[in-house]
Design a protein around this ligand. Structure first.
Ligand SMILES: [Zn+2]
Length: 251
């Protein structure tokens, strides 16, 4: 399909829909300059991932986890929402999109104005930390200053539990509450838009399949083909900002 007509088709599908779910992956954040951690050549394929069990068991692993996190800090702090994020936020504000389900951990949907309660984070969030025992939230800036001073992994000041970014690590179970909400929202959607996910990581990749089986229209916007393209009603292999921004009328 030509560039103009697929944007027009997406606009038509959005207009027709009553309840849209947007499912986002790394591809929407790479347009803000955040590297795709899982892609070939990405950070996670160059370094061995640190498994959750090792984080819990070993001070050395915890220190290395925090060292890597703060090495990424300049990139994460410099990243701002792009045209694709703004288009999604506009659809949320208009009441078209009830929920954004995301595999991203960068908080850019919230930064673009989507209320936090409408963002369902399947892999957590790396912009803050929490105690693994009592759940107390910690901001990263104070942890960073202390870490740069003595290279010690932080402990909770209330219960002495381990403090970790609020992400889901390799080897850590999926967040039950987020998964349940994502399932509910997926079943309630009549239009399901995938933006920037190659749909390879399960169980996350099951959502568009379930949406389609449940009767929703499925749209996939991704630079590369995905394993679910055959199932989709519309596939667009171009920039998310261009396609979603064009369809929603956001620059
Ligand atoms: Zn605690």
């Amino acid at each position: 399909m030509e560039a103009k007509s697929d944007i027009a088709e997406l606009r038509r599908l959005i207009d027709l829909a009553e309840r849209v779910v947007v499912f986002t992956g790394a591809g929407i954040s790479t347009e803000s300059g955040i590297p795709d951690f899982r892609s070939p050549g990405g950070i996670w394929t160059q370094q061995n991932p640190i498994y959750f069990q090792d984080f819990v068991a070993s001070e050395t692993a915890r220190r290395e986890t925090w060292r890597r996190r703060f090495a990424m800090d300049p990139v994460l702090r410099a990243a701002e929402p792009n045209r694709g994020h703004r288009a999604v936020a506009t659809l949320v504000r208009k009441g078209k999109v009830a929920s954004v389900i995301t595999q991203n951990i960068d908080g850019l949907h919230q930064a673009s104005g989507v209320p936090a309660e409408q963002v369902i984070e399947l892999h957590g969030n790396t912009t803050y930390a929490h105690c693994l025992t009592c759940g107390q939230r910690y901001e990263l800036e104070a942890i960073r200053v202390a870490f740069e001073r003595d290279e010690a992994a932080p402990h909770c000041k209330w219960c002495d539990g381990l403090v970790k970014t609020a992400t889901i690590s390799f080897g850590q179970s999926m967040p039950m509450e987020a998964m349940k909400r994502a399932q509910r929202e997926t079943l309630a959607a009549d239009l399901f838009i995938v933006a920037g996910s190659s749909l390879v990581v399960y169980p996350a990749a099951a959502f568009p399949e379930v949406a389609k089986q449940n009767g929703a229209t499925l749209v996939i916007i991704n630079r590369e083909p995905t394993g679910l393209d055959e199932l989709a009603d519309l596939v667009v292999n171009r920039s998310i900002g261009e396609v979603l921004g064009g369809a929603v009328g956001v620059n």
